[in-house]
Design a protein around this ligand. Sequence first.
Ligand code: SF4
Length: 310
Amino acid sequence: MPRAQYIEIECKSALNRVEGMPFKWSLNPYRGCTHGCHYCYARASHTYYDLNADEDFETKILVKVNFPEVLRRELGRPSWRGEQVALGTATDCYQPAEGRFRITRRALEVLRDHANPVGMVTKSPMVLRDLDVLADLAGVASVRVFFTITTVDLGLWRTLEPGTANPLKRLAVMRRLAEAGVPTGVLLAPILPGITDSVASIESVAAAAAEHGAGFFGASPLRLAPIVKEHYLGFVEASFPDLLPRYERAYPRAHAPRDYQTKLDARVARIRARHGLDEDSMRQGRRVRGGESEHALAPVRRGRQLGLPL
Ligand code: SF4
């Protein structure tokens, strides 16, 4: 991977109102992500900053240096109702930049001080560094840490998510968090048609999740919004050329065909039940203190021949 350039900026707001997602508020201390997953839906957001969704997204990382202070101000407003927030939805809040800037850690300290519920998504073992803050936060508010695991096939992992930590390391860290009393889960998201949608592939991720202490198992199919689609189809053409016509047929719009989604949902539900995992995709949240209910978040074979037909 090319070397990352960190661009320090000041943000005006930290809380971001979200539409059309299973959560209402998001927090993203960074923009861009050196993890460089080819399917990443956040790539498109880099173009808002006059940067491109390809190499710029992976190498030009915007660092919101005043983020914790702004968040503290916003959570202190009388109008803030203590709703659950989703941390790290358009960037991995534990990408390598966090080792240097520690903005996510300081944001968690602010959330702890305000007993504010949070759901977090990451692919990084660095989250273990902040176990102390997370454990404190879990004592006063609802906390859930989701580890995105799209595959446990190590060859496939390197192709799909070139800048991320080995999924087996992520799972080991998940187990440590679960043992420390922090609720954890696995998000198999996105499921990639023809690449990770076979029974064998989903089954292996669910089994690994259950073995490593996951309480929840969420999954969702690939969505290809404009800009993201161009990047992803370029990747498919280079790495899985025989799948390209199938993708072009199936994705005239952003979502996979409804029939495909229905069959995939049923497949995931069967596998989830077999492994005794609860469904969760950051939809539900509950405040521990104050009693007020909140609702805001809610070795594999590639098995391509067993993938669902698009
Ligand atoms: S880790 Fe998440 S935010 Fe980062 S590139 Fe991968 S999918 Fe995108």
